[in-house]
Design a protein around this ligand. Sequence first.
Ligand code: NAD
Length: 293
Amino acid sequence: MKIGFIGLGNMGTPMAQNLIKAGYHLQVYNRTIQKADDLDQASITKCKSPAEAAANVPFVVTMLSEDEILKEAVSGEAGLLHSLQKGGVHISMSTISPETSQLLHGLHQQAGSHYIAAPVFGRPEAAAAKKLFVCTSGGAKAKEMARPILEALGQGIYDFGETPGGANVVKIAGNFMILASLEMMAEAFTLAEKNGLDRAAVANFFGATLFNAPIYQNYGKLIANKQYQPVGFKASLGLKDARLAVKLSQTSQTPMPLAMLAHNRLLTSIAKGDGDKDWVEAFGKGVAEDAGV
Ligand code: NAD
């Protein structure tokens, strides 16, 4: 089956590779189309616009960086809305605000197509290993139609109802929990280091016992070992997620002091010129610098 795929960044590329492995032929669009050179050329058609990528296919997947860029790719002059067939489904997998999902749902409804939100948890390595956790929201029929595509990308699909932005709220809440965990681990391991202990031994202990969960184990290792390469998730995108959490906390009158703290940690790192470095570095290096190590 032919489907559209838009956005070949750190996440989009391994996701596209898994869809190809599952037997899909992809009509791909990316701002810099050279990114498509890494994909099996026999399984893709390179497109010049989002509209071209979504033409004559029942599904189009988007994995672009943020709200405004996604909106342009959907309803801009060469947006996918103009070409996606009636009854077609837009599977929107970026981390964006629930408002944007609501807006895009409305636009698709007017155009006779469907929109579902399907943001994911997992870094590029998890995407490559087909280990993403996918959260969904939107119309039941469209979600059911999209299921085989989502199954080709991850290890589990978790549904959060028919309100278009529901899954986006879950994704924002989850990334906030990761942000807070990064700050907490960076502080704890730096405390250990400053008191003469081996950061890695402390991280291993907690990861195996009290904090026996993937976030503490995987991110714990990176923070403990001060291992910030390769860049899996840019600090600039981390700030975007902290901003989404802060904004949602404001619009829903939910005070989130920890979200403000994480936001400022990322903002500081970006102000120092580290926006393209991994978000883990913003926390690991930021906390260490504050402590003079
Ligand atoms: P990335 O920066 O590697 O890729 C971003 C994509 O957006 C690229 O395809 C790029 O060409 C496109 N893009 C950026 N600016 C553009 C513009 N002005 N015009 C047109 N296209 C533009 O980002 P990523 O890490 O692949 O993340 C993609 C989405 O997935 C983001 O919403 C991110 O928050 C989310 N996400 C990332 C991770 C991760 O670990 N990297 C995990 C889960 C979710």
